[in-house]
Design a protein around this ligand. Sequence first.
Ligand code: FAD
Length: 203
Amino acid sequence: MTNENTKQTQTNTSGDIQQTDVVVVGAGHAGIEAALACARLGVDTVLFTLSLDAVANMPCNPSIGGSAKGHLVYEIDALGGEMGRAADRVTLQSRTLNLGKGAAVHAKRIQADRAKYRLLMKHTLECQDHLRLMQAEVTELLTERDEKTGKSRISGVRTRLNESWLCKCAIICTGTFLDSRIFCRRGQLSSRSGRIAPRGTIV
Ligand SMILES: Cc1cc2nc3c(=O)[nH]c(=O)nc-3n(C[C@H](O)[C@H](O)[C@H](O)COP(=O)(O)OP(=O)(O)OC[C@H]3O[C@@H](n4cnc5c(N)ncnc54)[C@H](O)[C@@H]3O)c2cc1C
């Protein structure tokens, strides 16, 4: 999850220092489930996102489920996750795909109200005990060396605001736009960007 732009520093904290048990970086599908799972186990958790307005932001085609994805939604549901529950509450249209084929490839897929899904997920995160939702870009992973094993481990993260968050565990869910670029006008224009508005991540 790192690239050449990402700094990994031995714990050398400056600026404000905060502490938590778990840091989750990224509030897309993956980060939301990870953060909720930790918080629901009673673990103090901090979830970072680039923008509070883009929590649970879905692509231009806001579908949930479908071939090779529907079973994941059911598995998340079985494990007590949020995606399926939220999808049920914001469904605009629902159908089972591939009914003309064998049962192995039948797949439920819903089209969601994209704006409502975002608001519902943000509300769920905000109401969850043991969970804090923060708008800040994580720019560095802090590491420390274990004296016994000699191996390095992540000991925290630092944000662009120069806040250090020390943690026992960091879960990196920075998603689909890793150091991404967007090309317009047949490649004549390009800039660092992700889906519609969000920038690509450097962590
Ligand atoms: C062009 C495109 C079209 C797609 N279309 C569909 C579709 O129609 N239907 C479908 O089901 N799936 C689609 N997908 C796939 C779907 O978007 C992904 O599977 C899903 O969004 C992945 O979720 P995620 O949580 O891993 O990442 P993301 O949804 O990308 O979330 C990553 C999160 O991390 C945050 N973040 C990133 N870097 C940092 C940082 N340094 N500090 C703090 N926060 C950070 C971002 O703000 C964001 O909230 C599409 C993907 C792409 C690229």
